[in-house]
Design a protein around this ligand. Structure first.
Ligand code: ATP
Length: 298
C-alpha cells in the first residue's frame, strides 16, 4: 500500500457536565460525545526517505511536531521503528479551535492509517490505549459513534446512535481558548448540571426529542458571558425550529438539532444572511451512520 485516503470526522457534545475539579487540577467530566458527518481529508503517502512531512491547506497551522497528525504518526513509527518515510497532506474543513475535536480527530485518523499502511497489526483497542498520549479526546475519535466519556474524557462507554436528524453547525468569528474556559469554570460551585443519565435513557429509547430536551453544557456559563454572540446564534436556530441548540465543547461552535430539513435549511439561510457566524454547515446525520457502516471506510 503506497497511499491511503482518510476521513477525520468532527464531534459534538450532546451533553457536557463537569463533575468536579480534582486536586491535581484536572476536571472530571461526564460527556455524551457524537461523531458527525463533517470531516477533514487526509492523504498518507509512503516514501523511501525516512522522516515525516506535513502539508495543509491552512497556512496558520503548524507543519512540524506541533501538528497532531505529526505527533500521531511519530508515536507509532517510533514504537515500531518504521524505516520508511511518510508524507501527510491535511485538508481542513472542520473549524479550528472550535470545540469540535478537529485536531484530535486528525490524529486518530492518522493512527488508524499508519497502523494499516505499515501493517503494524494493532487492534482498535490497542490504538485507543496509545492515543490518549496525544490528547484526552483522541480515544473517542478512534472509536467514533456515540459514547459516554468520563474521567478526563478518556473512559468511554459506547451508546446507541443519535436518531436520524439534521445538525446545523455555526462557528462565530471569535477565538475561544479551552484553557481560559476551564480555568474560569467554578466547577465545585455549579448550581445546575445537565441530566446526562436522562439523555442516555433517551438515546436508549431512540427518542430524538428527549435527547434534545436534555442537552446541556456547563461550559456555557463561562463562554457565553464572554461571547454573547453564541447566545444570538442559539436564538436564531431555536427561532427557526431547532429542537434545541447548544455550544459544543468549550466553544465557540454552536449546533442545533432539527427534525425537519426545511427548518434546518431556513436556519442555515438566516445564519448565512446574518453577521454572527463565520462558518455554517448543514449536516444530514443519518448519512453519517450509513457511511460509517461501510466496513473499510475511515
Ligand atoms: P477540542 O474540541 O478537542 O477542544 P478544538 O476544536 O478546540 O478541539 P483544534 O481545532 O483541534 O481545537 O485545534 C486547536 C489548536 O491545536 C489549534 O490552535 C492548532 O494550532 C493546533 N493544532 C495542531 N494540530 C492541529 C490539527 N491537525 N488541526 C487543527 N488544529 C491543530
Amino acid at each position: 500500500m503506497k497511499e491511503l485516503r482518510l476521513r477525520a470526522r468532527a464531534k459534538i457534545n450532546l451533553g457536557l457536565d463537569v463533575v468536579r475539579k480534582r486536586d491535581d487540577g484536572y476536571h472530571e467530566v461526564r460527556m455524551i460525545m457524537q461523531t458527525i458527518n463533517l470531516y477533514d481529508k487526509i492523504l498518507l503517502q509512503k516514501r523511501r526517505k525516512p522522516g515525516i512531512t506535513v502539508t495543509t491547506n491552512l497556512g496558520f497551522l503548524p507543519v512540524n511536531q506541533d501538528n497532531l497528525v505529526y505527533k500521531a504518526a511519530q508515536l507509532l513509527m517510533d514504537e515500531f521503528s518504521v524505516e520508511e518515510g511518510l508524507n501527510i497532506d491535511l485538508q481542513k474543513y472542520i473549524p479550528v479551535a472550535a470545540g469540535m475535536a478537529g485536531g484530535s480527530s486528525d490524529a486518530a485518523a492518522v493512527l488508524v492509517g499508519v497502523n494499516r499502511m505499515f501493517r503494524l497489526g494493532l487492534s482498535k483497542q490497542e490504538l485507543m490505549e496509545r492515543s490518549v498520549k496525544i490528547g484526552a479526546d483522541v480515544p473517542f475519535c478512534v472509536m467514533r459513534g456515540t459514547a459516554l466519556a468520563e474521567g478526563i474524557g478518556e473512559k468511554l462507554t459506547p451508546l446507541p446512535e443519535l436518531p436520524d436528524c439534521f445538525i446545523l453547525i455555526a462557528k462565530p468569528k471569535v477565538f475561544v481558548s479551552t484553557k481560559f474556559v476551564y480555568g474560569n469554570l467554578k466547577a465545585n460551585e455549579l448550581k445546575e448540571h445537565p441530566q446526562i443519565d436522562a439523555q442516555i435513557d433517551a438515546l436508549n429509547r431512540d427518542d430524538l426529542h428527549a435527547v434534545a430536551k436534555y442537552m446541556g453544557n456547563v461550559l456555557e456559563t463561562v463562554t457565553i458571558p464572554e461571547y454573547p454572540v453564541i447566545e444570538e446564534i442559539k436564538r436564531t436556530m431555536l427561532d427557526h425550529g431547532a429542537l434545541n441548540s447548544m455550544m459544543s465543547g468549550s466553544g465557540p461552535t454552536v449546533f442545533g438539532l432539527f427534525e425537519k430539513r426545511e427548518d434546518a435549511q431556513k436556519a442555515y439561510n438566516a445564519l448565512l444572511r446574518g453577521e454572527d457566524a463565520k462558518q455554517v454547515y448543514l449536516i444530514e446525520q443519518s448519512s453519517c451512520r450509513r457511511v460509517r457502516r461501510k466496513k473499510d471506510e475511515r
